[in-house]
Design a protein around this ligand. Sequence first.
Ligand SMILES: Nc1ncnc2c1ncn2[C@@H]1O[C@H](COP(=O)(O)OP(=O)(O)O)[C@@H](O)[C@H]1O
Ligand SMILES: [Mg+2]
Length: 212
Amino acid sequence: MAGTIITVAQQKGGAGKTTLTAHLAVAFKDAGKSVALVDIDPQQSLSNWFRLRQELYDDAEDGMVLSRTEGWRSRSEVDKLARGFDIVLVDTPPHAETETRVAVRGARIAVVPCQPSPMDVWATYPVLELAQKENTPALLVLNRVPARANLTEQMLADIKRLGAGIARTRLGNRIVFASALAEGRGVAEAKPLSLATQEMKRLSKEILRKVG
Ligand SMILES: Nc1ncnc2c1ncn2[C@@H]1O[C@H](COP(=O)(O)OP(=O)(O)O)[C@@H](O)[C@H]1O
Ligand SMILES: [Mg+2]
């Protein structure tokens, strides 16, 4: 049976695509899934994290692989990986209409991180529309949510109107989401008892339930 392709997309840079991809990869691995990562962002942030991981830890030989690919070739690369792994997680660049479209097409779900401000929500519309055109269900994940989030009902209603689901799990603004990546780790490895780890575990389960 073919593996599940999950594409993390959002045109706005800095929304948390790479952060989410890396931590989700570790969470899926911890849930017993084999995971292939695909980095189609020329900035190679995910590739750098993965390289660091391989350099620093023996246990990086944990069945996780990473493939760097760009342009039209990414489609066949993703399909090939989906034949060998339970989950293929694709991290995408900002502002790359064609690349993102190819990555969203054929994915089982598009995971869209978004910070809870009106500007960020507005910036999310293009990728939600893209997912809708490609018939790929989109799941918005609210990221860097402050303790007292100021999300208006109007904002949430706008997102739903675009046909996207909103993940029940929200991710807080937590230093360990950033610092773990600098050590080539996921939060579950760097700080197993942290709130960040709980959030990521909950989110990974929620996504697995949706694609299952
Ligand atoms: N939930 C979070 N808590 C704290 N910092 C975060 C969180 N999500 C992302 N960041 C930080 O925000 C910045 C942008 O995140 P990144 O994943 O690189 O975004 P993108 O890949 O969408 O451009 C990074 O410095 C990252 O460490
Ligand atoms: Mg990125």
